[in-house]
Design a protein around this ligand. Structure first.
Ligand code: GDP
Ligand code: K
Ligand code: MG
Length: 296
């Protein structure tokens, strides 16, 4: 194809916590890049997922759910959301059948003022096929100035082709932004730490997932094997015991589940060691956040 016909752009997925943003990005890419759990605030970073075809390159971003910041980590998370409003060529605003605009009125204003096309996605229609959709569509079309409204099920893959078509129709003619082999801008060790965080989000209750951060050290790769040490940081000494669990069983389960998923993701054997450390109140401390890569 002629080079001056190639399309490329940034398609940024935003919305409230738990509406299915990460599930949608993974489903569009056919690749699990973003971690998913039933708990709000699972996604903490902006995560790029790059879709490469001969004729186009779509750079998707998954973002943390929009919320009113309650501590420093939230501020950094909302920084990622705001940034993604600034560089978008297309905004994919996701909601579901149950959400309202509480707490996000000002971000909605920014979405409407962004000056780029907005696709309004109503997710989870597998949960309630017909009845609620008209009412929810009516509600959101009054809030969001959208080009088009698309009801979908990210979980069941319903109407994803429609999203792709609407994106491609609006994608600018532009050379690729990234190497066309790239799937993301993140190093492998980032995905390793995210996989561990997902298992922690799924396994532990209350404050534990929110108080936890994961760092990967000594990441070594050979043809057959990936070897790494994971440091799991918690905010207080008492949380350390909870993470480790009786006779170390809880931590062992996290390690095993993470290893199995990493072996699928990286396509090779993984040797994973886990250590738990206390980093007091890291979520509220700017310098500690910076150290963990939240420098937004
Ligand atoms: P995010 O916080 O917006 O990124 O949402 P996630 O992708 O982490 O999903 C939050 C929860 O909603 C998870 O339990 C998903 O399995 C679930 N979910 C996502 N999409 C759908 C959907 O289309 N239908 C149903 N029933 N559940 C979904
Ligand atoms: K979630
Ligand atoms: Mg998410």
């Amino acid at each position: 194809m002629p080079e001056n016909m190639h399309k490329a752009g940034f398609v940024n997925i935003i919305g409230k916590p738990n509406v299915g943003k990460s599930t949608l990005m993974n489903a569009l890419l056919g690749e699990k890049l973003s971690i998913i759990s039933s708990k709000a605030q699972t996604t903490r970073h902006r995560i790029l997922g790059i879709m490469n075809e001969p004729e186009y390159q779509i750079v998707f971003s998954d973002t943390p759910g929009m919320l009113k910041p309650k501590y420093e980590l939230h501020k950094s998370m909302m920084g990622f959301v705001n940034l993604s409003l600034e560089d978008a060529d297309v905004i994919v605003f996701v909601t579901d059948l149950f959400e309202n605009d509480e707490e996000i009125e000002d971000i909605i204003q920014k979405v409407n003022a962004a000056g780029v096309p907005v696709l309004l996605i109503i997710n989870k229609i597998d949960l309630n096929k017909e009845e609620k959709l008209a009412e929810v569509t009516e509600y959101w079309t009054q809030k969001i100035k959208a080009d088009v409204v698309i009801p979908i099920s990210a979980l069941e893959g319903f109407n994803l082709q429609k999203i792709m078509q609407e994106i491609l129709d609006r994608l600018p003619v532009h050379p690729p932004f990234y190497d066309k082999e790239e799937l993301s801008d993140r190093p492998e060790r980032f995905f390793a730490s995210e996989i561990i965080r997902e298992k922690i989000f799924i396994q532990y209750k209350k404050e534990i997932p929110y108080s936890t951060e994961v760092r990967i050290e000594d990441f070594e790769e050979t043809d057959q094997l990936l070897r790494m040490r994971a440091l799991i940081f918690v905010e207080r000494d008492s949380q350390k015991g909870i993470i480790i669990g009786d006779k170390g069983k809880a931590l062992k389960r996290v390690g095993t589940q993470a290893r199995i998923e990493m072996e699928k993701f990286f396509g090779k054997k993984v040797f994973l060691e886990t250590f738990v450390k206390v980093e007091e109140n890291w979520r509220k401390n700017k310098n500690k956040l910076k150290k963990f890569g939240y420098d937004q």
